[in-house]
Design a protein around this ligand. Structure first.
Ligand code: CP
Ligand code: NVA
Length: 321
């Protein structure tokens, strides 16, 4: 089947239509099954991918390098220490040059404007591997993980607790709306999402999915939750705000007691990682039976491979994706 996403970038999850998101999730499940069967493929043979990092990463870098490299592609890691991006060369010039060298570019960094400019000026597919605003590659893996557990996503309830104005919350707001998950954000007023994002997300609600709710009281928010998601209290680049965040977010920690507030035994616990045990989550929950965080991490690789397969013009297909 021809991919509906051929030649496209993935800069925000809500750039995708419902059909395109469904296509990527189905493809992700297929490539995971292929990998499990240890089918040798080389679908990226002859292609090169530039991986541009302004911020550090374990999962995103590993997912792109392994997903692309194990199928014969050449991933090229470009750190800010080594290239001219920013101070010495404009993002537009960098984009034009990289677009002449690489078949696709992944960007992880601060400004959403930067990844958008890379896509505009490079002429090749560009993937947002996290910006201050969004983390679409992560939420694809999160949705895949939930689907593995639930089969169907529509009609489930997910509670995100903590900093509800960061890249993860912003992306979950759209991701949950698009697949029909009811989303409750449990957060203090100071860390509520931008009102423009809340308003915009209403345009993406699948069928009669309830609009997102913002709830200050964690216990009220968690009642009946099918999944609980949390993230670090100080994102990359905001480390100097940690003391202030600790004071604001302590009541939102996910621990054995707060998890029991869901009044269900099978509530799944998710975290994009890296986690700070003792802040947003306790070790007991992170490593407990409800946790699916390691599956989420693994699924970063499969969803990344699906995105690359769907968007890059391949030279040759040895296996039909
Ligand atoms: N979840 C995630 O993006 O992890 P890294 O920061 O390690 O890439
Ligand atoms: N909100 C976190 C996500 C890390 C994957 C951060 O930006 O640091």
């Amino acid at each position: 089947m021809n991919s509906p996403l051929l030649g496209r970038s993935l800069l925000k999850l809500h750039d995708l239509s419902f059909v395109e998101l469904r296509y990527l999730l189905d493809l992700s499940h297929r490539v995971k099954a292929q990998r499990r069967r240890r089918e040798a493929t080389s679908r990226f043979r002859g292609l090169s991918l530039g991986l541009l990092f302004e911020k550090p990463s374990t999962r995103t870098r590993s997912a792109f390098e392994t997903a692309f490299g194990e199928e014969g592609g050449h991933p090229c890691f470009l750190s800010p220490k080594d290239i001219q991006l920013g101070a010495k060369e404009t993002i537009e010039d960098t984009a034009r040059v990289l677009g002449r060298m690489f078949d696709g570019i992944m960007f992880r960094g601060f400004r959403q404007d930067s990844v958008e400019a890379l896509a505009r000026y490079s002429g090749v597919p560009v993937y947002n591997g996290l910006t201050d605003d969004y983390h679409p590659m992560q939420v694809l893996a999160d949705l895949m993980t939930l689907e593995e557990n639930w089969g169907q996503l529509e009609g489930r309830k997910l509670v995100y607790a903590g900093d509800a104005r960061n890249n993860m919350a912003n992306t979950l707001i759209f991701g949950c709306a698009m697949v029909g998950i009811e989303l409750v954000l449990a957060c203090p007023e100071e860390l509520s999402p931008d009102e423009r994002i809340v308003q915009e997300s209403r345009n993406y609600l699948l069928d009669d999915t309830p609009a997102l709710v913002i709830e200050r009281n964690l216990q009220t928010a968690l009642r009946g939750a099918d999944a609980v998601y949390t993230d670090v209290w100080a994102s990359m680049g905001e480390e100097d705000r940690l003391q202030e965040r600790l004071a604001l977010l302590r009541p939102y920690q996910i621990n054995a007691e707060t998890l029991s507030w869901t009044q269900k035994n099978d509530t799944l616990f998710l975290h994009c990682l890296p986690a700070v045990r003792g802040n947003e989550v306790t070790a007991e929950v992170l490593e407990g039976p409800n946790s699916r965080v390691w599956d989420q991490s693994e699924n970063r690789k499969h969803t990344t491979k699906a995105v690359l397969l769907a968007t890059l013009p391949l030279f040759e297909k040895t296996l039909d994706p």
